[in-house]
Design a protein around this ligand. Structure first.
Ligand SMILES: Nc1ncnc2c1ncn2[C@@H]1O[C@H](COP(=O)(O)OP(=O)(O)O)[C@@H](O)[C@H]1O
Ligand SMILES: [Mg+2]
Length: 303
């Protein structure tokens, strides 16, 4: 299967008044076409920076970002994005907000075809009947649903989601996860999801990448072993299987390592509650997993 998103030795620093701030350090990552990759990591480690580099909004100091094998040098129409803040235009109806990319990205659709495309997507995410409302007439969860429709209405090859569900309450967020599965079952895109919610990452992704603290590199890669949307629709109960609980424990431990706490190595027992001894900081280098050593990073797959 071909690689949709490829990061090769990406290194980046921001220039600040007090000197360079290294944010990404030799980060390499390959996301196959159609895959759903979640990225988690400490706050401020460089996750949003990563999305901006993939979207072509910035160029890395060193290394390269490739989409479909081509080096990214500027924003592309084949990318869709959604953020924590849906930023819908209040003077446009929900339908017209969703239509926006089709007005910007060159396409051969007639006006009727565009409208049908947008209406179909809105129906798929449960917003049928809200097409003519203004954004302020919708709840936060509904606005985020509309924002997802807008991100994919032009059928992008790559969908970048930067904490899109982060501001929603827990139940709304879980509803949106199910919607995300429905969208994925119907549309063909490769997804990179930034999240700070480990359950979200395990529920939605095929693979979870843990970034180290700043300057970030790929510290750990976890293949998600719960059944994917191709076999059957995931349900929230899947988060409580032994395999999921084990994966969550594994990720939680890796986050602690990324934060400079915890010990790299074996997963804690699945019923482990608290963090590892905070007075026993582990050498970070020992936990780093170069992406080419992914197989070695995989935890034992429970039967
Ligand atoms: N334009 C910028 N100029 C200078 N520093 C920045 C800029 N954008 C982000 N940063 C800093 O870079 C680091 C990484 O930022 P970001 O990628 O937004 O982190 P994350 O999304 O993981 O929380 C943070 O310390 C942030 O303050
Ligand atoms: Mg961010």
């Amino acid at each position: 299967m071909s690689v949709a998103i490829s990061l090769r030795h990406v290194t980046h620093a921001y220039r600040t008044e007090t000197g360079p701030l290294p944010v990404l350090d030799d980060l390499s990552l390959d996301i196959p076409e159609g895959a759903f990759c979640a990225v988690v990591g400490p706050s401020g480690c460089g996750k949003s920076t990563l999305t901006k580099l993939i979207a072509g909004l910035m160029r890395p100091d060193a290394g390269e970002v490739l989409l479909g094998g081509e080096r990214v040098t500027a924003p592309r129409a084949t990318v869709g994005m959604a953020f924590q803040n849906p930023v819908l235009l209040e003077w446009r109806s929900i339908l017209d907000n969703v239509l926006l990319p089709l007005e910007i990205v060159p396409n051969r659709l007639t006006r009727a075809q565009r409208q049908n495309r947008a209406r179909d997507l809105l129906a798929l995410v449960g917003l049928e009947g809200f097409e003519d409302k203004r954004p302020s007439e919708l709840s936060g969860g509904m606005r985020q649903r509309a924002s997802l429709c807008r991100a994919i209405v032009h059928r992008p090859q790559v969908l970048i989601l930067d904490e899109p569900f982060g501001a929603l309450d827990a139940f709304t967020r879980e509803d949106l996860w199910l919607t995300m599965h429905d969208l994925r079952a119907q549309e063909a895109f490769t997804t990179l999801l930034i999240t700070h919610d480990l359950r979200e990452s395990v529920f939605l992704a095929d693979e979870v990448v843990v970034l180290s603290d700043r300057p970030a590199t790929a510290q750990y890669v976890l293949p998600v072993t719960t059944p994917g949307p191709t076999s059957r629709r995931r349900t929230l109960d899947d988060l409580y299987t032994e395999a999921s609980v084990r994966m969550l424990a594994d990720l939680r431990q890796q986050i602690e390592v990324a934060q400079g706490r915890g010990t790299p190595g074996a997963s804690p027992p699945v019923d482990a509650d608290g963090p590892a001894d905070p007075h026993d900081p582990a050498p970070r280098a020992g936990s780093r997993v170069p992406p080419h050593a992914r197989a070695a990073a995989a935890p034992e797959t429970p039967a």
